[in-house]
Design a binder for this molecule. Structure first.
Ligand code: ZN
Length: 189
């Protein structure tokens, strides 16, 4: 008996989230990370900012990352990442929930991800139960039913019906949002 049909669905990053906070120059509220980090050294003390551009007027603004930290308190590799605008360092700061909380802004994850699946829709009609592992490459909060709609090519109503019928078994409710890996089972019988 084949009970080992498994699939991997990956939530892949397609863009960085937008920073939502008021622009000081216009009525815009959405900001793109500019891809740059500014480091100012004052003796042994460093200031580090993430630079943003307003999506409407392109005004540059700064998010403080470190203020007056001693140079020895930053790992050398991290410091070099900041000084060279390393895309990995920009990505980490731009997606940081703690930086957002510290600076009082919200992250907008709309349009930051796409679902990559290794299962053709036809494989989903196979009567053998299919286990699907959903893995997240970024901490974008995504509604569970949205993943199912994309992954299965079904409407929200159809997804909800399959969950209600027990043909899709989930550790979460379909309307819940998550950014953590989880497993579900699809059983067409
Ligand atoms: Zn603006």
């Amino acid at each position: 008996m084949n009970i080992d049909r498994k699939a991997l669905w990956a939530v892949r990053q397609s863009a960085l989230p937008m920073v939502v906070r008021p622009c000081l120059n216009c009525s815009g509220t959405r900001h793109h990370p500019s891809g740059k980090i500014r480091v100012n050294a004052n003796g042994k003390l460093l200031d580090v900012w993430l630079l943003l551009h307003c999506a409407v007027c392109a005004r540059t603004s700064k998010v403080p990352v470190h203020e007056r930290v001693h140079v020895s308190s930053l790992e050398p590799a991290r410091r070099v990442g900041y000084e060279t605008n390393d895309p990995a360092a920009v990505r980490e700061l731009a997606m940081s929930a703690s930086l957002a909380a510290k600076n009082g802004y919200r992250l907008d994850w709309t349009g930051t991800w796409e679902l990559e699946t290794d299962t053709p829709f036809s494989a989903l009609h196979d009567p053998t139960p299919l286990k699907v592992l959903i893995s997240f490459e970024l901490p974008a909060p995504v509604r569970v039913e949205r993943l199912l709609m994309l992954g299965l090519g079904l409407s929200r109503t159809e997804v909800r019906r399959m969950v209600a019928d027990g043909r899709i078994r989930l550790p979460l409710t379909p309307g819940a949002k998550t950014h953590r890996d989880f497993e579900l089972t699809i059983d067409r019988r």
